[in-house]
Design a protein around this ligand. Sequence first.
Ligand code: TXA
Ligand code: MG
Length: 336
Amino acid sequence: MSVKTEVISTETPTLFANAVSRAAALLLAGEAVALPTETVYGLAANAFDAAAVARIFEIKGRPINNPLIVHIANLEMARGCAAEWPAAADDLARSFWPGPLTMVLRKGVSIADLVTAGGKTVGLRWPSHPFMQAVIRECGFPLAAPSANLSNRVSPTNAAHVQKALNGRVKLIVDGGQSQVGIESTVLDLSVRPPRILRPGMLHEQSLAAVLGELALGELHDGSVLKSPGQLPKHYAPKGRLMIASWSDDDALKAFCARHGGKPEKTNVIVHTRIPAPEGWARVSVIPHDAEAFGRSIYGELHACDDSGAELIIVEAPPEGAAWRAITDRLRRAAA
Ligand code: TXA
Ligand code: MG
């Protein structure tokens, strides 16, 4: 698989409009293209076209039992993808769409079976990124789009990250700037009672519970079908070994590194409060002690670790609490 990959900008109104036309034309022709969203970049194709959707799986090397999220740009389009539209979906849409929320509902007939991995439900999201919205409106059909990385690797939060993974595999990457949320959407299953969070995101459970009243956390492990393979223990991983740790001072951090067989000069340290002296480490990155800022930056830091060939990545443990839940979840999967 080798095609010429074009990366196009959206910086000015003219470039933006040209990029919308170009992306829509390729999508109409059954191609998969990489597009910006506010969570992470997505690899998009027409959700009504099974052959186009098959290209996504091929390009990413994604197992076909892992369903894709379908992106829509208005409520009518969302309803058209679902077999039923519960009152809770309206309430949630009013509060959180467009935004980083994916609602899992019973699937409508229009959605290709490949999108839902043969399952009876479909994940729907109305993204807030203006470019993604403009492309969906121009196409007039919903876009199935997983994150635009190779399967199991760190999701991309800018066009350069996408290029690293998909250069030669896609015809078009649209550069829509840095993803403002930086962590994949919250996946909420509305096809069960009570509704259940399958994947935590930066839109956290307290906000959802305020609208829903009742809410359950975590996947049901009842031996039935795997509902959200993104919830497999190992996922979203950088190439180096990642460890989550807490330490009292620089000596304790060095001891931790040595104890785990790390070489400091091949170790990147990512911190938010306990900032060590940079000497001896390959790199020390400081992310503000704020969940939103941390979420926006962490994947970029992990990509930088990949680029620099870090063998060990030590991440200072995030605080407890709902606001940090998605970050802790992703770091744990990266460390698994
Ligand atoms: O923020 C996001 O959600 C990004 C952007 C591009 O929108 N997309 C994304 O897609 O993260 P992906 O494919 O990397 O992750 C989708 C997650 C997977 O864990 C998948 O198993 C789950 O959503 N999912 C999709 N459809 C589902 C369904 N019908 N039932 C349960 N889980 C579903
Ligand atoms: Mg993904």
